[in-house]
Design a protein around this ligand. Sequence first.
Ligand code: SAM
Length: 342
Amino acid sequence: DMESLTKFPSTLVELLDGFKASKAMFVACKLKVFDLLKGKAHLKAKDVADHISASVCGTERLLDSCTALQLLKKTNQGYSNTGLAEKYLVSDSEYSLHGYIMHANDHVWPLFTHLESAVKEGTNQNHRAFGKNVQDLFQDSYYHSMETKLRFMNAMHSIMKLTARDVATAFDLSRFRSACDLGGCTGTLAQVLIQEYPNLKVTVFDLPDVIENVSGFQPTGQDTSRITFTSGDFFKDNIPEADLYILSRVLHDWPDDKIDALLSKISDLCTPGSGLLLNEMVLDDKNRNRSAWLQSLNMLVQTEGKERSSYEYRCLLEQHGFRNVKIVQTGSLLDTILCTKC
Ligand code: SAM
């Protein structure tokens, strides 16, 4: 009938609007709208506009769009946060995604505007998005200023907070006494690991740029004496000895030759029975895990790496002398793979 012929496919409508919805949420976060409405606050558009030093007409449209996106509620008393915004978008809430959203807005968004070039050229777009040639991804891009460095660290900290418990408990790791989280950034996973495993000590190994700045990310009133921070470059320097090595969102940053070098180095340090835990988004055969496939595009525009399938990880690990490869696809933001050195 006529109606079904003219009805626009809803999947496409969602995709057409996707980028507008993302940007509306990013901007409301950046302007600290959800912070202003924290708790039970109700404010009119004019009051929000005054607080965030923005136009009333623009603020009103942003607030109404956020209401349509179910991030805000609107009543006669004004706008207020929904439960979702209160839990994840207020910047100082325990499981806030604010840090990750700022990274998405300020770093990933400009890179994605060059997706077409990335696809044609098969390379990242740091030069187009930020006007500089990137030799060393971390030194020249993420960590080139204190502001970008803290933004990146905040992003990793916030996204890991949401996933650390699932990652730490996907396998029983209680047989390990020492772990080394290579590229462990602010130590978010380490904090959860020591809670879950009372006999485990964790060394967080990361670049000096990161380790110099981790203190602001440590929990207060919690015993962190079983966590040690060590700085170094895992490609150039010695890495600490441990029963269990952890690589979370590290392999996806690098091309095959670098991954081979890193896995060989880890494998050489391992003794029979040592473990290696990989945490990444694993690509599925049926292309259903949309976050993982989009994350692989994300790696294309910003790094020299990519996401891999469970088959690819299994091959990589077996090539480096690891066996008994077990994969848990959590279906959430990180999947996890445990294997043993034979
Ligand atoms: N593991 C954290 C997580 O999953 O949230 C952070 C992942 S982040 C994508 C990659 C981490 O690897 C960063 O913290 C970065 O500083 C670290 N890294 C990059 N190159 C490194 C190197 N050569 N030596 C040590 N750490 C490095």
